[in-house]
Ligand binder design. Structure first.
Ligand SMILES: Cc1cc2nc3c(=O)[nH]c(=O)nc-3n(C[C@H](O)[C@H](O)[C@H](O)COP(=O)(O)OP(=O)(O)OC[C@H]3O[C@@H](n4cnc5c(N)ncnc54)[C@H](O)[C@@H]3O)c2cc1C
Length: 372
């Protein structure tokens, strides 16, 4: 709680600006929201680097009484009849537990071994790749017009996903930038493209190139992101067993949120287990209050809101190509000074809209209201 007040907490920058960019190959339109109100009270968002942050977070858990077994892999579950009563480790040990919480990430071998989930299909996951690019803090602050220590994040949609379903992002850390892409794994397979090649193409885009100029790549990582949403969410409880975070598909791709959902679910699972312990009842029925808690907070309602968004976008094959291009063309017309009466620009703009069809556009864009 109140981690932002702990000077030892390794957060990178509190975010004062969120920027959305609609991109074609050579142009882009961006909408940015900058407000220092994001810093008031509970700060809205931080950038972090996972290695130092996770280490600090694990230490906090230990201080609160958790035991940490670093370097030990869980290989399977231990059952007593229908109930899960522990885990088997790579060291050959069996650890017993009143409740096992599967928070082992997107591939969740634990949820699979518990019979709650089949292996994920390539269409249910995105492949995310990220580079950390070292750049002095002052350069970052100059390029993003930031006050000292404050941060900005940028999300790019359109030609930057090279015809695949996905997005790109650029985050400011203290003295580095995180540049990344995330597209459906099945799209990468169809296109025969590696995420590292995708990142190289992104670095040349005019919305990105000058911001990262002169930086040095110090880290590359790629990881699956569960994006099946509620449609792919497994049952969250069985006797002696709960699932949380990426293991349970708790990612809101439309808002680029996953870490906060995982942390919220972990906390609610912990509270559920404490209640179950007080009643000495670890049955599925007793643990199902976990699902009620998830429904009573933002987590399930948010996932419900966006559950059909991806399918709606996929149903319009040129969605991420056509609409960013239209936005760029309309914006360019708005700012063009060419000796023509403005009325002619307006006519040209209407012609562009009519070419697609106003009704068709209304139908295609309507599902997006859930992501605004
Ligand atoms: C490129 C990229 C960008 C992202 N950007 C954002 C963002 O901007 N904002 C946001 O909120 N989220 C973002 N996410 C999503 C976010 O990282 C995840 O949603 C979040 O980390 C999920 O947390 P988790 O604890 O459920 O899983 P993880 O963070 O994956 O942790 C699972 C842990 O379990 C361990 N583990 C797995 N199997 C075993 C085993 N058998 N035995 C022992 N340990 C095991 C793993 O080593 C890992 O440490 C991004 C993800 C990616 C890939």
């Amino acid at each position: 709680p109140e981690f932002w007040k702990d000077a030892a907490c390794p957060v990178e920058r509190p975010i004062v600006e969120q920027r959305a960019v609609l991109a074609t190959e050579d142009s882009f339109v961006s909408v940015a929201c900058r407000s220092r109100k994001f810093l008031e009270g509970v700060p809205n968002a931080f950038t972090i680097l996972r290695t130092p942050f996770d280490r600090w977070y694990a230490k906090k858990a230990e201080e609160a009484g958790a035991e940490l077994y670093a370097g030990v892999t869980v290989r399977g579950v231990v059952k007593d009849g229908e109930r899960i009563v522990g885990v088997k480790t790579s060291e050959g040990d069996e650890l017993s537990a009143s409740v096992v919480l599967a928070c082992d990430g997107v591939n969740s071998m634990l949820a699979q071994k518990a019979g709650l989930r089949p292996e994920l299909k390539p269409s249910e996951v995105a492949l995310g790749a990220k580079e950390v690019l070292e750049l002095p803090a002052e350069k970052i602050e100059d390029r993003f017009a930031l006050e000292k220590g404050e941060g900005a994040v940028m999300e790019l949609l359109g030609s930057t996903s090279l015809g695949m379903l996905g997005y790109a992002f650029l985050y400011t850390n203290k003295d580095s930038l995180a540049l990344g892409v995330g597209c459906k794994l099945s799209d990468y397979q169809k296109k025969g493209l590696r995420p590292s090649e995708h990142l190289e193409a992104l670095k040349k885009h005019p919305a990105v190139r000058k911001l990262i100029e002169g930086s040095k790549t110090v880290e590359y990582s790629s990881h699956l992101i569960p994006e099946g949403g509620l449609h792919s969410m497994p049952p969250l409880a069985r006797d002696g067993f709960l699932v949380a975070g990426d293991a349970a598909q708790m990612v809101n791709a439309a808002f680029r949120e996953g870490s906060n959902l995982a942390m919220t679910a972990g906390r609610l699972a912990g509270e559920t287990v404490a209640e179950a312990k007080a009643k000495n009842d670890f049955s599925r029925a007793a643990l199902s209050t976990y699902e009620e808690k998830l429904r009573a907070c933002y987590l399930m309602p948010d996932l419900e809101e966006v559950q059909d968004l991806e399918a709606a976008i996929e149903a319009v094959p040129d969605f991420l190509e056509f609409y960013p291009r239209l936005a760029c063309d309309l914006a360019r017309l708005r700012f063009t000074v060419d000796g023509q009466p403005k009325r002619e620009h307006m006519k040209a703009a209407w012609a562009m809209l009519r070419e697609r069809g106003l009704l068709r556009m209304a139908r295609e864009l309507w599902p997006l209201r859930k992501a605004l």
